[in-house]
Design a binder for this molecule. Structure first.
Ligand code: FES
Length: 79
């Protein structure tokens, strides 16, 4: 598995953000660690509890269970 970092640009609650991250790392890590958005909860970290739900282009996703690369150039809404 590659751990090369890549620039990822996404819009979070209407604000465009660019971070450098491992594209396979969870979206949740980027939201909490790189963007300092603590409203999204890390609970199980395994896609089972729903504590990390965000909207990705308006669709509900589990931020702990989706790679940051899938959010590149897309809109994330923290609910
Ligand atoms: S932290 Fe439980 S589903 Fe993401």
């Amino acid at each position: 598995m590659s751990c090369d970092k890549k620039k990822i640009t996404l819009t979070v609650n209407g604000e465009e953000r660019t971070i450098t991250a491992d594209p396979q790392s969870p979206l949740l890590d980027a939201i909490r660690d790189d963007m300092r958005e603590s409203a999204v909860q890390l609970r199980c970290g395994q896609g089972r509890c729903g504590g990390c739900v965000v909207l990705l282009d308006g669709k509900r996703v589990l931020a702990c269970d989706i790679a940051i690369a899938r959010a590149d150039k897309r809109s994330v809404t923290i609910i």
